[in-house]
Each structure stands twice: as structure tokens, then as C-alpha cells.
Write a protein that binds this ligand. Structure first.
Ligand SMILES: Nc1ncnc2c1ncn2[C@@H]1O[C@H](COP(=O)(O)OP(=O)(O)OP(=O)(O)O)[C@@H](O)[C@H]1O
Ligand SMILES: [Mg+2]
Length: 211
């Protein structure tokens, strides 16, 4: 479905610096490289997605089974691709997305245990109509440090027990070993600028012809 666009995702546990890195990559590519870049996030980047995000993260009185949680995230993603990511890639834009399928595999697969990782990858591929990022930055960090960085009220997933977040990290580590040609692990305990520099080195190495 995609053409010459570039699809970059940023992944990691809670408070690992995903949004910070997305913002610095966006600023660098738009201001320094003068590229058209779409900056987006999951869940909740479409009108439908906003409703799904509210159900998933903020309606704490709702009981949501693990399987339905998975499919709510996938419904958000399928729509996000249809209305935003897909059209942007077909226009040859760079799309930087804060979370994508690897989040579903780490959270609903490794941490919730809904299905094994291979099965979840298949389900995610169906939901995305085969769309896989060109490049993924995984921000690796001890979850205790990440959770301590979060200010304000914690959402439904941030409130999970520490063991849950440790399983999320294990899931991401397994994914980055399995897809070492796509997923690049960054040391998220470094300063934001150092994390950005790690990402930039990889981006320029992997995608220099597109930048
Ligand atoms: N490398 C870093 N070192 C220390 N603090 C950081 C770093 N990167 C981001 N922060 C700070 O940690 C907090 C969380 O960062 P950010 O919002 O980018 O993380 P996130 O992964 O997007 O979090 P969430 O899971 O809540 O979306 C912010 O206050 C941010 O300024
Ligand atoms: Mg964020």
C-alpha cells in the first residue's frame, strides 16, 4: 500500500521518552531537512480513535477483557492507517508515529498473555493490512525509572503493577532481537539529547537516501 514515504515508529514502555523523541525527530526533519513530516500517535489520532482512546485509557470504571483491549487498539490502528498514515505515505511523506503494532505485541502479548508473539504479529498484520514500519526506535529503560518520570494522574495501563511493565520490556527486547533489521534499541536512560543523537545516527545510516 505504501510508495516512497518513510514510516518511522517510536516504541517503549511508559515514560521512556517516546513523545520527546518524536518531537525532536519532527523538529530536526522539518526545520533542518525541510521535509514534510506527519507526526502522529496511537491510540487516538482520528475522530473515532479519540473515542477508543478514552475507553481504553480513561474510563476506569469499565471492565475491559484483555482480548477486547487488544481489538480496541487494533480498531484504532486500522482506522488511523485508513484516514491518516496510509494517505500520508502515498503522498511520499515521512510519518513518525508514537506507538504502533509493536506496542500491541509487547502489551497485549508479552504482558497480558493474550497470545504468543508470532500469533499477535499475524493479527496485527491483518489489522494494518500488511503495513510494517520502515524503521522503529525502541526506547529501552527500567520501568521503575520510566514510571517515576510520569507526572500527573496515571492512566489505566500506567496503573498496572510493576511486573506487567517488566513483561512489556521483555516483550520489546524479544521483538528487537527478532527484527534486528527494523527495530533499533536505544538507551533511554541517557539524556534526551543523547537519545536523539543515537536515533539520528541510525536514521542517517539506514535512510540517508530519503533524508
Ligand atoms: N531521556 C530522558 N531523561 C530524563 N527525562 C526524560 C527523558 N526523555 C523524556 N524525559 C521526561 O520524562 C517525562 C516522560 O517523557 P515522554 O512524555 O517523552 O515519555 P513517553 O514515553 O511519551 O511517556 P508516555 O508513556 O506517558 O506517553 C517527561 O517529563 C519528559 O520531559
Ligand atoms: Mg507520550
Amino acid at each position: 500500500m505504501k510508495s516512497n514515504g518513510l514510516f518511522i515508529t517510536v516504541e517503549g514502555g511508559e515514560g521512556t521518552g517516546k513523545s520527546t523523541l518524536v518531537n525532536s525527530l519532527y523538529t530536526y526533519l522539518t526545520e533542518r531537512k525541510e521535509r514534510f513530516v506527519v507526526k502522529t500517535f496511537e491510540p487516538g489520532s482520528s475522530t473515532l480513535g479519540k473515542e477508543i482512546r478514552n475507553i481504553l485509557l480513561h474510563r476506569k470504571e469499565l471492565v475491559i477483557s484483555g482480548r477486547s483491549e487488544l481489538f480496541l487498539f487494533l480498531a484504532d490502528r486500522a482506522h488511523h492507517i485508513e484516514v491518516l498514515i496510509g494517505p500520508a505515505l502515498r503522498e511520499d511523506l515521512i510519518v513518525i508515529c508514537d506507538r504502533f503494532s509493536d506496542s500491541s505485541i509487547a502489551y497485549q502479548g508479552a504482558a497480558r498473555g493474550i497470545a504468543d508473539l508470532d500469533t499477535l504479529e499475524e493479527i496485527c498484520l491483518f489489522a494494518t493490512d500488511g503495513l510494517v514500519p520502515d524503521l522503529t526506535f525502541y526506547l529501552d529503560l527500567d520501568p521503575k525509572i520510566g514510571l517515576a518520570r510520569i507526572k500527573g494522574e496515571k492512566d489505566r495501563l500506567e496503573q498496572e503493577v510493576i511486573e506487567f511493565h517488566e513483561r512489556v520490556r521483555e516483550g520489546y527486547l524479544e521483538l528487537s532481537r527478532k527484527h534486528n533489521d527494523r527495530i533499533y534499541k536505544l538507551d533511554a536512560s541517557k539524556t534526551p539529547h543523547e537519545v536523539f543523537k543515537q536515533a539520528l545516527t541510525i536514521l542517517e545510516d539506514k535512510c540517508s537516501e530519503l533524508l
